[in-house]
Design a protein around this ligand. Structure first.
Ligand code: IFM
Length: 472
């Protein structure tokens, strides 16, 4: 993820990416590791949530996931065969500190040592995310992200993981998708810890950002000069059907509660006044913001991670209408169903919206961008040792072209990580939604590279995506 040149010319039907563009795939600890009680790992909120009847589809849990904790070496060899230059993984806080504070579990840290060494031995750059949703249950028992102390404990944990891996890992992310942690975890409760408390969700959002800033300061203070730090929000493109003031206002409200509530304080602008005003009916959540917090949150990052899957469609509603679902707390907006081409998960596949989003971020964000997640879930069939996932392949290629277009229009995008390397535990959807470019048989743990995985490998080999539909 070094500086890019402007080399994005079209040649021989291929759309070339800049020569030093980073190609990778991403995963997350709880979604792939399994071995949830091995080597002293403590329970996380996702273990508790999944063990609660009715929370996760089919009663699925973090076992066996992809059994990656034991099969990591084979998985790294697979990454190498795909030609990945980088691998984005997350560290499980409850493996490293079983209760989230105090005692460190050396066997948990040692797993990430082994993983990182294996990656480096294969010439794959490790990109470590410190928090991808598996909060130690003990931290939730003392308030979780609604409690300020969790931000401090997160910074302690980040510092100790960084200290251990600093000699080998240069690329660091604090939080993955803090919007999901806050609004799905504490807003509508469809994710762990399953709390329905819209005001608490806003407080959690602040404590997540504070934890990010504190962790960043703790790590940067001790980091070699070549270390690069980031945070990874999830982004959408908010779409309306009519270009008038009411529709633009509805879009702005959703954009505020999904994007600007994170982007503005990260950029040093504090919480957006319109978001604060729109959510005031929930109580004085900005009351949790103490003197000095906003400066901590605005500690500069070196790059911004972009997770993008699909657009969000909205329309104006009556002033009293409270938005159902993830934007609990927002009034005057209706969420519309997705339309057009849908993935197997029912998400709208819209690559043009991806280009628009990247152009917007290119204008508004002062640091380079890295696509840290992008992908699609479809049901797969293994036949004769092959998975012909034509639709996922098409989604991949369309979205890579969208990235290429954005780069061509001057947006500084330094890398692309496919979500996901492996089919895995898709949170509340359990093992029912497959995002991998590699198929996993959860019974036998056999891995099969899908057509989309072969397509990704070809893209990496050429550092280019086809201009026509050869792979799509
Ligand atoms: O699987 C998730 C991932 O953990 C976070 N971003 C979205 C993915 C697909 O839902």
């Amino acid at each position: 993820m070094t500086a890019t040149g402007p080399d994005t010319e079209v040649g021989q039907g291929l759309l070339s990416f800049p020569p030093d563009f980073t190609w990778g795939a991403a995963t997350a600890s709880f979604q792939i590791e399994g071995s949830t009680t091995a080597d002293g790992r403590g329970p996380s909120i996702w273990d508790t949530f999944a063990a609660t009847p009715g929370r996760v589809r089919g009663g699925d849990t973090g076992e066996p996931a992809c059994d990656h904790y034991r099969r990591y070496a084979d998985d790294v060899a697979l990454m190498s065969r795909l030609g990945l230059g980088a691998y984005r993984f997350s560290v499980a806080w409850p493996r490293v500190q079983p209760t989230g504070a105090g005692r460190v579990e050396p066997r948990g840290l040692a797993f990430y040592d082994r993983l990182v060494d294996e990656l480096l031995a294969h010439g794959i750059e490790p990109v470590a995310t410190l928090y991808h949703w598996d909060l130690p249950q003990a931290m939730e028992d003392s308030g979780g992200w609604r409690a300020r102390d969790t931000a401090h404990r997160f910074a302690d944990y980040a510092a100790l993981v960084h200290e251990r891996l600093a000699d080998r890992v240069r690329q660091w992310t604090t939080l993955n998708e803090p919007w999901c942690s806050a609004f799905l975890g504490y807003g509508n409760g469809i994710h762990a810890p399953g709390v329905v408390d819209p005001r608490g969700a806003l407080e959690a959002a602040h404590h997540l950002l504070l934890g990010h800033g504190l962790a960043l300061r703790a790590m940067r203070g001790a980091a070699p000069a070549d270390h690069r730090f980031s945070v990874v929000p999830n982004f959408s493109a908010v779409r309306v059907d009519v270009d008038d003031d009411r529709h633009r206002l509805a879009a702005r409200k959703v954009d505020g509660l999904q994007h600007r509530i994170f982007l503005d304080p990260l950029a040093g602008r504090g919480y957006p006044a319109d978001v604060v005003a729109d959510t005031a009916w929930l109580g004085d959540w900005p009351g949790v913001v103490r003197d000095g917090d906003l400066a901590v949150v605005a500690t500069p990052v070196d790059w911004l991670g972009v997770n993008y899957y699909s657009p969000t469609r909205v329309a104006p509603a009556s002033a009293e209408h409270v938005t159902a679902g993830p934007f609990a707390g927002l009034r005057g907006v209706a969420l519309l169903p997705p339309r057009g081409r849908l993935t197997g998960f029912g998400w709208e596949a819209d690559a043009r919206a991806f280009t628009e989003l990247l152009e917007r971020l290119g204008r508004e964000v002062a640091v380079p961008l890295v696509i840290t997640e992008n992908g699609s879930a479809f049901p797969d069939v293994v036949a004769g040792g092959r998975v012909e996932d034509v639709e996922r392949t098409r989604y991949l290629v369309d979205h890579l072209r969208a990235v290429h277009t954005a780069i061509g229009r001057g947006v500084d995008v330094r890398g692309y990580f496919a979500w996901s390397l492996l089919d895995n535990f898709e949170w509340a959807a359990g093992y029912g939604q497959r995002f991998g470019v590699v198929h996993v048989d959860f019974g036998t743990q056999e891995r099969t590279v899908k057509r989309s995985g072969h397509a990704l490998a070809e893209v990496i080999r050429h550092n280019a995506v086809p201009a026509d539909d050869r792979l799509g």
